[in-house]
Write a protein that binds this ligand. Sequence first.
Ligand SMILES: Nc1ncnc2c1ncn2[C@@H]1O[C@H](COP(=O)(O)OP(=O)(O)OP(=O)(O)O)[C@@H](O)[C@H]1O
Ligand SMILES: [Mg+2]
Length: 484
Amino acid sequence: MRRNWWIPFRNPFRGNPFRGGLFRRMVASYALVTVLSFLLLGTLVSRMIERYYIRSTTQDLLASGSQAATAFQSFLEDRIDASSLQQKLSLEEHSSGILFLVIPVGADLPAKLELWAHPSGNEFTSSELQAIGSGHQVAKFGQIPGHAGETISVAVPILTGGQAVGAVSIHAPFLALRQTIQAVIRIIWISAALALALAVVLTYWNSWRIAGPLIRLAGLAREVARGNFGVRLPETSADEVGRLAASFNHMAAELERQEAMRGDFLASVAHELRSPLTSIRGFSRAILDGTAGPEQQAHYLEIIRSEADRLARLTGDLLDLAQFDAGQMHLARAAMDLNELARRVMASLTPQVEAARLDLELATDIFPIMVLADRDRVEQILANLLNNAVRYSPPGGRIDIRIRRDDRVARVDVSDKGVGIPPEDLFRIWERFYRVDKSRSRALGGTGLGLALVKELVEAHGGTVGVESALGKGTTFWFTLPLV
Ligand SMILES: Nc1ncnc2c1ncn2[C@@H]1O[C@H](COP(=O)(O)OP(=O)(O)OP(=O)(O)O)[C@@H](O)[C@H]1O
Ligand SMILES: [Mg+2]
């Protein structure tokens, strides 16, 4: 197997996230969000500035207008003369850059105010003039004739004896404010561009971190598909990407392990097939070329037959296991009596039991013990366990089968007084081809598949299997099956 440990480290910048759709989608969404937020921000901020500016300018203008109106009032009531009035007005005009003009409301202007009269009438509507005439201050914002651009206009009535005899009108152009707002919007757009650039950089970095490993993962997945299970991703982060890398590595390790197991399994199969085939070839050749005498010929044929039997059993077991592996083992379950089945299996074993001078006993209820199971398969389970017990018992020994109801299951125990199994082998005997004593088992015709198949079969029925053994004293195998 090729092991390319170096693959993940070939080039850390391999897997350009700019190429994939992920990066483009992420940049597009970040850009959209950035532009939209700044657009919203710009609109809101310029509106707010505009409103604030209009309100505060209007208040300032009204305050100046009120002062001027009071000055005009004092002048009209002869408390100050024209020069000190002009002085007051000039002072204010100079500091705030506005011009105080007097407009008539209703009647003509008093002659004393002619000097400050608006040269071209006024910019207020008749209803506004009416409001001013009844002593109210008026302020408005917008385009007015004779002025370029938007203007804030206020008018403050000049009162004498509680009567409005005219009004101070002030106009402040909005141009400066427009320029301020434009400057603010420019700043906002520059920030937006900077934020966008930052978003692109961050997105690139982020998507490199996400898409980079994904692209590498895709490459390694192709390696795995080609059968190179040695590849691994570096597990550098603890986030989702890191967890994905860990899962991938776990999968690759598992595949590698299974591949190794499959290799071992195939080697074992080939090995098990070879020794019976070798004997069959050898003995048949001896018969054919006449080296074996008539006596020996019968003996050799007997060996050939038993080796052929063994091959048949081996291939049968392998086929069954393959069916389990492919998930295609179908059980023809039906209600059946365990006691009756046990007696039949015992009867079929009589020749071997008698040959080994064994004592085979069955202890059970007199009533049938009905289980829901595939008859042939249960027979296979029991025959395997009994065969083992016979095989691994010394001549003259005793084998006990015990069948009983146990809660919701039927339990079958097969005990022998044979060689026993060492504790360190106990948990491995269920593995395929595992034999405690290889040469002894093979000499006895075993391949080490029996218990593996027993376990699969019992578990397919929803039962459990187990073993207890004491070395040199004996072994008990047990299994359960669901009662009807
Ligand atoms: N009753 C037993 N007493 C002692 N050892 C046993 C007993 N049953 C099984 N074993 C040990 O467990 C091993 C695995 O048993 P298993 O039935 O799977 O294989 P096998 O009997 O060697 O061959 P097969 O059953 O495929 O013909 C045996 O090789 C043997 O070492
Ligand atoms: Mg066996």
